[in-house]
Design a protein around this ligand. Structure first.
Ligand SMILES: Nc1nc2c(c(=O)[nH]1)N[C@@H](CN(C=O)c1ccc(C(=O)N[C@@H](CCC(=O)O)C(=O)O)cc1)CN2
Length: 289
């Protein structure tokens, strides 16, 4: 039986935001420029509205300017593209983010492709994805960045470790695999169609759940002592009829098997916004410097 350590992403993100606040103040003092982050929300998805509100609040707390554009759900794609182009041209805006998911009538790839790659603080533009893949400086997606920070804080060097990422999305699985390769991990991207998924997961020193299926990764899929990072945020009905949040990993089953694990909530989620603030400062430094 292994003693399972809890990886406290909430506390890590708070420390990171406090440090960023000092770095932003130093940047403003040196340049006279306040970094600006524009967030575009289309529609009324309740979870997205909460994330956007938290982004605005934490941006302002870090000493940066938060600019919010809230558009109705039936906004035409051309109007979203026109707004993104206007933000690209605005010198007070150093970072642009379009909250996902977008309503079904809008082609998300077309919108993301319109964002100036230098202002793409989500790191979703193909230019940033390509730069990340070939090892050039890139604005990398925030959730994967947060995962790697928590892993390095927990394990120190990741070199040579066997990492299995369960999930192949463009916003988490694929960029996370690239970031882990940069840390010299041996990386496998697995997914719901992988043959013998439990066996593949059991190879992992680092196991990452990013598949979006509640508690799909069971305790006996985890190698004893492995570090488990749970990216999943799934709302499920509890026994009392109320909704509760669970990850992609069966958290209770992982106790006594995993060496360390991120909880849901309070693990990877808070790192996403902290890394967004870090990317916004990086983007501002590159645009102003
Ligand atoms: N343009 C983007 N859209 C989306 C992203 C993104 O990075 N860029 N990621 C997610 C949503 N997201 C940020 O946008 C996000 C999700 C979760 C959290 C978080 O702190 N979660 C808490 C739980 C919060 C809750 O109760 O719902 C936690 O895990 O502790 C922050 C940001 C999809 N869209």
């Amino acid at each position: 039986m292994v003693e399972t350590r809890l990886i406290d992403g909430k506390a890590f993100a708070e420390t990171m935001r406090a440090r960023l606040k000092d770095e932003v103040a130093a940047f403003v003092a040196a340049t006279g420029v306040t970094p600006g982050l524009a967030v575009v929300l289309v529609g009324e998805d309740p979870a997205s509205a909460v994330y956007v509100r938290n982004k605005g609040k934490q941006t302002a707390e870090a000493g940066m300017t938060s600019i919010e554009h809230k558009l109705p759900a039936d906004t035409a794609q051309d109007d979203v593209l026109a707004l993104v182009r206007a933000l690209n041209a605005d010198p007070a805006v150093h970072g642009i983010l379009v909250q996902l998911p977008l309503p079904a009538h809008i082609d998300a790839q077309a919108v993301l492709a319109t964002i100036d790659p230098a202002k793409d603080v989500d790191g979703f533009h193909v230019v940033n994805a390509g730069r990340l893949a070939v090892g050039l400086d890139a604005l990398a997606p925030c959730t994967p960045l947060g995962c790697v920070m928590l892993l390095k804080d927990t394990l120190g060097s990741l070199a040579g470790l066997e990492a299995v990422v369960v999930g192949r999305s463009n916003i988490v699985g694929k960029p996370l695999a690239q970031l882990l390769l940069r840390e010299d991990c041996t990386v496998t991207i697995a997914h719901s169609r992988t043959r013998d998924l439990p066996g593949v997961c059991r190879r992992a020193d680092i196991l990452i759940g990013a598949v979006g299926r509640p508690e799909m990764i069971r305790g006996d899929w985890i190698k004893p002592g492995a570090t488990v990072i749970d990216v999943g945020i799934n709302r499920v009905a509890g026994a009392d009829g109320k909704n509760r949040l669970v990850g992609d990993v069966a958290f209770n089953e992982a106790q006594g098997i995993a060496g360390a694990i991120t909880p849901v909530p309070g693990g990877v989620g808070p790192m996403t916004i902290a890394c967004l603030l870090a990317n916004t400062l990086t983007a501002a430094r590159r645009q102003v410097g």
